[in-house]
Design a binder for this molecule. Structure first.
Ligand code: SAH
Length: 355
C-alpha cells in the first residue's frame, strides 16, 4: 500500500497533520511553504523543519510521487511530459503556449473507462484514479519546468489549468475536487478559479456531483455525437447519459458559476463532419449558456480515423455561426510529438520497455 502524498492534503489539513505530531501551527505553515511556495522533492530539503518532524511526517506520507520520464518539445513550443508514478503507472501532462499565457493540460486518471473511439487513452481501459497530490504535482512540475526554461512572451501570468489530459475527471471527482481546492487555495498554489477548467465526457453521476459541490471552475462538455444514438456509438460509457440530460446539467452549472459551458466537438472525417450534425448541435445549443469548440481529430497512428479537410471544418463552423452559436476552431498543438490525450503513453506501452 502506498502512503498518501502530503500534497493530497488541503492546507488546513496539512496544519492539522503537523499539529497531530505535536507541533505548533507555525511549523505547519513552514511545511506548507515547502510544498507550495518552494516545492521540494525530498524531506531533507526542508532545511528549517526539524528532523523529528520530517521523520514523523515521512512515516505517514510520501513527499513526491512523480518521476519525470520523458520530456518532448514540439516545433510550436508545446512541451509534453510523461511521468512515472510510485507504482510504475504512467501519466502525461502538456504545456501549451497560447498568445500571452500558457495552458497546462493535466491528467486525472491512469487510463480511462469511457472507451471513446477516437481517444488514445481509452485503448487500455482504466488502470486507476490519481490521488489529489498526483494531480497537484503535475502542475508543480510544469511550473518548475517553466521557471527553469521560461517561454518567450509569456510574462508571469498564471497558467490556465485544464483537465484535458488522460482520464475522465468527473469519474474521479473527489480527488479532482480536492486537487482544485489545493490549486485555488491562497496558501496552496493560488490559481484563480477563472483559470481552471474541467473537461468532461459528461457521465450523469459525475455532472451531478459537480453540481452538488461548491467548485467554481470552467466546464467543457465533450458531446461526441449530435444525437443519442450517435453519441453512444462514439462514446459508449458517457453515452448512457442522454444529450438532453447532459446539456441540462451543464446549463445549470453554467448558470451557477456565471460562465458559459464550452461544448467540445471532435471533427472526424466522414463521421462527425456532416451539415446535419452541425444543425442538430445548433438546436441543442441555441438559447443556452454555451459556446462550441470544434477540435480537428489528432489521428491515432493505428487508426483509420482522420481529420476532415479544413474546408469542411469551416463549412461546419458556418452552419453553427449562422444559427447564432459562437463557434471556434481549436488548433491542436504538438502534432509532431504525439501530444493528443494519451498518445505519448500509448506509444511507450506499445513500444515496450527500453524504447
Ligand atoms: N475525459 C474528458 C477529458 C479528457 S479528453 C473529456 O472527454 O472531455 C479532452 C478532450 O480531448 C475531449 O474534448 C476529447 O473529446 C478530446 N480528444 C480526445 N482524443 C482526441 C483526439 N485524438 N483528437 C482530438 N481530440 C481528442
Amino acid at each position: 500500500m502506498l502512503k498518501p502524498l502530503l500534497h493530497s492534503l488541503v492546507p488546513e489539513e496539512l496544519e492539522d497533520a503537523v499539529a497531530a505530531v505535536g507541533q505548533p501551527a507555525w511549523r505547519g505553515r513552514q511545511v506548507r511553504d515547502w510544498l507550495h511556495r518552494h516545492p521540494v522533492r525530498d524531506w531533507a530539503a526542508m532545511s528549517n523543519v526539524p528532523g523529528p518532524l520530517r521523520h514523523a511526517l515521512a512515516e505517514k506520507y510520501d513527499l513526491w510521487g512523480l518521476v519525470p520520464t520523458e520530456r518532448q518539445v514540439s516545433r510550436d513550443g508545446t512541451r509534453k511530459f510523461l511521468f512515472t508514478l510510485r507504482d510504475g503507472a504512467t501519466v502525461e501532462s502538456v504545456i501549451i503556449p497560447m498568445n500571452d499565457h500558457t495552458t497546462f493540460c493535466i491528467s486525472s486518471q491512469v487510463g480511462c473507462a469511457m472507451a471513446c473511439r477516437f481517444c488514445a487513452t481509452a485503448r487500455g481501459g482504466l488502470v486507476r484514479n490519481l490521488e489529489p497530490g498526483e494531480i497537484v504535482q503535475q502542475v508543480l512540475h510544469l511550473l518548475a519546468d517553466l521557471q527553469d526554461e521560461p517561454m518567450a512572451g509569456m510574462g508571469d501570468r498564471q497558467p490556465n489549468v485544464v483537465f484535458m489530459g488522460m482520464g475522465e475527471p468527473l469519474d474521479n471527482f473527489p480527488a479532482v475536487e480536492r486537487s482544485i481546492l489545493i490549486m485555488q487555495h491562497e496558501a496552496g498554489l493560488g490559481i484563480s478559479r477563472r483559470r481552471i477548467r474541467i473537461s468532461t465526457s459528461g457521465p450523469e453521476e459525475g455532472l451531478e456531483m459537480l453540481l452538488g459541490s461548491d467548485l467554481q471552475v470552467g466546464l467543457t462538455l465533450s458531446i461526441g455525437g449530435s444525437d443519442d444514438q450517435e453519441r453512444r456509438r462514439i462514446m459508449p460509457v458517457p453515452g448512457r447519459t442522454t444529450l438532453a440530460r447532459a446539456a441540462d446539467l451543464a446549463a445549470e452549472y453554467a448558470a451557477r458559476v456565471r460562465r458559459r459551458t464550452t461544448i467540445a466537438w471532435v471533427m472526424i472525417e466522414g463521421r462527425t463532419d456532416e451539415p446535419e450534425q452541425a444543425r442538430r448541435i445548433a438546436a441543442l445549443v441555441a438559447g443556452r449558456p454555451f459556446k462550441v469548440n470544434l477540435i480537428p481529430l489528432n489521428p491515432l497512428d493505428d487508426d483509420k480515423l482522420a481529420s476532415p479537410p479544413f474546408q469542411k471544418i469551416l463549412a461546419f463552423q458556418s452552419i453553427l455561426k449562422d444559427a447564432g452559436v459562437d463557434t471556434f476552431i481549436r488548433a491542436s498543438g504538438g502534432q509532431d510529438i504525439a501530444a493528443a490525450c494519451g498518445q505519448l503513453r500509448r506509444r511507450r506501452l506499445t513500444a515496450g520497455p527500453g524504447k
